[in-house]
Design a protein around this ligand. Structure first.
Ligand code: FES
Length: 106
C-alpha cells in the first residue's frame, strides 16, 4: 500500500496510506483531508485538485499529459512543481503540498 506525505494549507504534514492504483486526489479525500474541492471528481476539467510535488521528486515517473498541462495554465499558482492530483498516481513515498486555491474569476 503506497504511503504519501501531504502538506496542507496550514502547513501541517500528514502521512497517509493510499489504495493501490488510486490517484493522489482520491487518497487525499479518502484520508479525510477536505481542503481540496476537486470539483470535477477526477475528470481533468477543473484544476481544483492542484498540488505541488516535492522538488526532489520531479523525476518523470509520471509524465503530465498535454490536457493536464493546458488546464494547469489556468491556475494563478502554477509552478514547475504543479500537478493535478487526480491525474497523479499514488507513488509510494510521494510528497505533495496542496496548492493555494485560485481566486474566483468574475
Ligand atoms: S479533480 Fe478536477 S481536475 Fe482534478
Amino acid at each position: 500500500m503506497p504511503t504519501l506525505t501531504i502538506t496542507t494549507h496550514s502547513g501541517d504534514t500528514r502521512t497517509i496510506a493510499a489504495d493501490s492504483g488510486a490517484s493522489v486526489m482520491r487518497a487525499i479525500r479518502n484520508a479525510g483531508i477536505d481542503e481540496m474541492s476537486a470539483l470535477c471528481s477526477g475528470c481533468c476539467s477543473c484544476v481544483t485538485c492542484h498540488v505541488l510535488v516535492d522538488e526532489s521528486q520531479l523525476d518523470g515517473r509520471s509524465p503530465m499529459s498535454a490536457g493536464e498541462d493546458d488546464l494547469l495554465d489556468i491556475s494563478e499558482h502554477r509552478t514547475a512543481r504543479s500537478r493535478l492530483s487526480c491525474q497523479l498516481p499514488s507513488l509510494d513515498g510521494l510528497r505533495v503540498t496542496i496548492a493555494p486555491e485560485d481566486r474566483a474569476k468574475p
